[in-house]
Design a protein around this ligand. Structure first.
Ligand code: SAM
Length: 288
C-alpha cells in the first residue's frame, strides 16, 4: 500500500520535475549547515530516542575492555558527547575518533567532547572525508549517525568500516527510510550528488548482498514544525533549509510553495504543536 495519497504523490512528482529542471542546487555552506543541523535537532525528539536506544542496547552491552570508538560524520559532537559519556561509565579507557570534513563542525566536535575528557579518555578528529584514511588500530564500535547519505560510495564505506572493526566489534548505521520528511531531502540530494541517495532499503540490500547477519530497529520521531509555516522565524527557516538541504529562499516560488504544501500535508497536530514525522532506522552488524 502506498504511503501517500494520490494528491501527495502528485505533489512529489511535481517537486521532482521542478528540481530536475533547476540548473543547480547549491548545498548549504559549512557554517550554515552546522547551524541548521543543531536548530533542526533541537526541535526534534529523534536524537533523544536514538541515544536512549543506543545506550541500552549497544554501549551498555559492550565489553568493559572495549576502548576504541569511531564516529563517521560526527558533526558538532552533540550526539557523540552522549555516546562518550555512556562509554566512560562502562569502559576503563576510551579512545574516541571523529571523522568530519566540515572544518567548522570538526572544531565544534573537539570543543563539545572536551566536557567528557579525562585521563581515561582520548578524543581526536580527522578533518577528512571517510575513506581518505588508513587506520593503524581497529575499532570496537563504528557509528555512522545520519551521515552515510553524504558519502560518495556507500557500499565501499560499509565494507571499509567492517574491515576496520576488531573481531566482535560492531558497526551501527543510523539512516532514515525514504519516507515522509526525508522524501524532499532525497529529491534534492539526487540532484546535488548526481547519484541516487541512500536510505534504509539500500543498507539492507548491501548487508543481504554480502550475506551478513544484521539487526534493525525503527525509532519513531517528530519534528516540532511550529516555526516552519506561515510567518516563519529564523529558526523556522533554518529547519526548512535543513529539510530541503539548500537555501529554500533561493528556490523558485512555485517549488517553494509545493514543498511547503507537501510538508503541511504530512504534518500532524499534537495539541498546540504541528509535528513532522521523521522515523529513523538503526542497523547493527557485528564482525564475526
Ligand atoms: C546530518 S549530519 C550528522 C552529524 C552527527 N553524526 C549527528 O548525528 O549529529 C551529517 C554529517 O556528515 C558529514 N559528512 C559529509 N560528507 C562526509 C564524508 N564524505 N565523510 C564523512 N562525513 C561526511 C557532514 O559534514 C555532517 O556533519
Amino acid at each position: 500500500m502506498s504511503l501517500y495519497t494520490s494528491h501527495q504523490s502528485k505533489m512529489i512528482g511535481s517537486i521532482d520535475r521542478a528540481v530536475t529542471d533547476l540548473a543547480q542546487i547549491q548545498p548549504l555552506n559549512n557554517s550554515y549547515y552546522a547551524q541548521c543541523l543543531e536548530i533542526f535537532e533541537a526541535n526534534s525528539d529523534q536524537r533523544v530516542g536514538l541515544l536512549g536506544w543506543l545506550e541500552a542496547n549497544v554501549v551498555a552491552k559492550m565489553s568493559q575492555d572495549a576502548n576504541a570508538i569511531l564516529s563517521v560524520g560526527c558533526g558538532t559532537g552533540a550526539f557523540d558527547e552522549c555516546i562518550l559519556r555512556y562509554a566512560r561509565a562502562r569502559m576503563n579507557q576510551v579512545t574516541y575518533l571523529g571523522i568530519e570534513p566540515n572544518e567548522i563542525s570538526a572544531a565544534d566536535f573537539l570543543k563539545t567532547m572536551s566536557t567528557q575528557t579525562s585521563d581515561q579518555v582520548d578524543v581526536s578528529v580527522l578533518v577528512q572525508k571517510f575513506g581518505e584514511q588508513v587506520f593503524e588500530n581497529k575499532f570496537d564500535l563504528i557509528l555512522f549517525v545520519q551521515s552515510i547519505y553524504y558519502l560518495e560510495d556507500r557500499n565501499d564505506a560499509i565494507d571499509a568500516a567492517l574491515h576496520a572493526l576488531k573481531p566482535g566489534g560492531e558497526l551501527v548505521i543510523v539512516i532514515a527510510p525514504d519516507e515522509e520528511l526525508n522524501t524532499i531531502a532525497n529529491l534534492m540530494w539526487q540532484r546535488q550528488m548526481e547519484q541516487k541517495s541512500w536510505f534504509s532499503d539500500n543498507v539492507r540490500a548491501h548487508f543481504d548482498a554480502r550475506g551478513l547477519d544484521y539487526g534493525e530497529t525503527r525509532v519513531s520521531a517528530n519534528l516540532n514544525a511550529n516555526e516552519c509555516f506561515g510567518e516563519s522565524t529564523e529558526a523556522g527557516r533554518n529547519i526548512v533549509d535543513f529539510i530541503v538541504q539548500t537555501r529554500a529562499d533561493q528556490l523558485p516560488t512555485g517549488l517553494r510553495n509545493d514543498i511547503s504544501e507537501f510538508l503541511m500535508s504530512i504534518s500532524e497536530e499534537q495539541g498546540t504543536t504541528t509535528c513532522l514525522p521523521h522515523p529513523v532506522d538503526i542497523f547493527r552488524c557485528k564482525k564475526p
